[in-house]
Design a protein around this ligand. Structure first.
Ligand code: FAD
Ligand code: PYC
Length: 415
């Protein structure tokens, strides 16, 4: 629906009384052609592409909580495709290209801001690792540039360039097409567009078990009753191990809390995303003006979805060493999400050991940037029963054949 400025003003003054809901709240039907588990960005995108590109008429998304309340609403919104291996570049650059057209595709402003992302080097060794990574990315066609300290300074004038700094800045590299996008808007945009194509989005509906006959999934047991399904896709983010166990198999993943925090809003002071992976710190400024800070993984596996003091302290310490001017900022809040990290730090996509059940999981610390592609590829697998060439290298079977895509080792960072 489109509104004129006058009707927007009228809606504002009347408390949006006649503003239609952006998507329906349907009851769970008895059967669907395809059911997607998880109403985060990936699950909603999968449902949208199933209806839009594959013409499926009876599709449902089942979400145990509220739409976008998982990691889609908890992440720090960085998008980029600066990965080391060609398989990863194919996946994440496909996602970035989909992001570049997504506001138009969904008629919903996802606030994509390609303000660039700079990774900082704090030693000669860091610089050597970055040079190798940048060379690999350039070979794979990614828009990255090495930066010397003066070039970093021009982009990040508030950073601490003194030679005596605890984390001296030796240079870095930038991906200029990287940046941020509004995470809620991505979920809401896909939800509204999927709903308009007839997809049933059922919130407060937890999947409790799988109905499996002769090795094929035929339906699901949910907190709202049984539902039969021609095919099932699962995008449950930090609960993929839990769901896989219910379906009778194990995934090679470990679940951790990943934390982030925001400051009070201030005027624009930071015009790109800055990351210092050696310290685990990264920061960007939201369009509201808040400084959004993030951290590395907690050091131990956990399903406790909350922040803790040691990580806060470590990250705030690194932020203040690198951006001393931020010392006067008040922190507003901190939070965590549970992320499923595969042994090689790359996602697991495609068929599962159960027939007609397809996987989109193991995004670890970095699946927001992949949202449109993850949904697109899951839809392809659910609709055709096969991998698209982009998702094929990320099949679960790589853990048997040892054809791992070890991005943590390749890029020298775990993100
Ligand atoms: P989610 O949004 O978590 O959706 C999964 C949904 O499944 C949830 O809503 C959950 O309630 C539902 N679900 C689970 N079990 C069931 C069940 N049994 N029945 C029904 N529903 C179920 N990535 C980036 O690319 N850039 C970043 O800057 C970034 N920063 C991050 C910062 C933090 C603090 C965190 C926690 C993550 C970050 N990530 C980032 C990772 C990113 O958030 C995730 O990889 C991505 O959002 C996963 O999307 P999703 O749709 O798969 O999962
Ligand atoms: O994948 O870019 C990323 C990321 C940043 C912070 C968490 N994940």
């Amino acid at each position: 629906m489109r509104y004129s400025s006058l009707s927007l003003l009228r809606q504002g003054l009347t408390g949006h009384a006649s503003w239609p809901a952006a998507w329906r709240s349907p009851a769970l039907a008895q059967s669907y052609d395809a059911v997607i588990i998880g109403g985060g960005g990936h699950g909603l995108a999968a449902a949208y592409y199933l209806a839009k590109l594959h013409g499926l008429k009876r599709v449902a998304v089942l979400e145990k909580g509220w739409l976008g309340g998982g990691n889609t609403g908890r992440n720090t919104t960085i998008v980029r495709s600066n990965y080391f291996f060609p398989e990863s570049v194919a996946l994440y650059d496909f996602a970035l290209r989909l992001y570049e057209g997504l506001s138009e595709e969904l008629n919903f402003n996802i606030m994509l801001s390609q303000r660039g992302m700079i990774n900082l080097a704090h030693s000669d060794h860091d610089m050597e690792v970055m040079t190798r990574a940048v060379n690999a990315m350039l070979i794979n066609g990614i828009d990255v540039e090495l930066l010397d300290p003066a070039q970093v300074r021009a982009e990040l004038p508030l950073a601490n360039f003194s030679p005596g700094a605890r984390y001296p800045i030796h240079g870095g590299y930038v991906q200029r097409r990287g940046g941020i996008a509004r995470h809620d808007a991505v979920a809401w945009g896909f939800a509204r567009a999927a709903d308009a194509l007839g997809v049933d989005i059922v919130q407060n509906c937890e999947v409790l078990g799988f109905l499996i006959e002769n090795g094929l999934v035929t339906g699901l047991e949910t907190s709202r009753g049984r539902v039969s399904a021609g095919a099932v896709g699962m995008s449950p983010s930090g609960h993929s191990g839990v769901l896989a166990a219910k379906a009778g198999f194990r995934l090679p993943i470990t679940s951790y809390a990943l934390q982030a925090m925001v400051s009070e809003p201030v005027k624009p002071v930071l015009h790109t995303v800055a990351a210092s992976w050696a310290t685990g710190m990264y920061v960007s400024q939201s369009d509201k003006g808040e400084l959004v800070f993030g951290a590395g993984l907690d050091l131990y596996p956990s399903y406790a979805q909350r922040g803790n003091l040691p990580t806060t302290q470590a990250i705030v310490a690194a932020v203040l060493e690198i951006f001393p001017a931020f010392r006067r900022l008040k922190m507003l809040r901190q939070w965590a999400g549970i992320v499923d990290v595969p042994w090689d730090y790359s996602p697991i996509l495609g068929p599962s050991p159960v027939g007609n059940l397809y996987l989109n999981c193991g995004w670890g610390t970095g699946g927001f940037k992949a949202t449109p592609a993850g949904g697109w590829l899951l839809a392809h697998a659910v609709a055709t029963g096969r991998h698209h060439p982009i998702s094929a290298p990320f099949d679960l079977a790589r853990f048997d054949s040892a054809a791992l895509i070890d991005e943590a080792a390749g890029a020298g960072i775990a993100h």
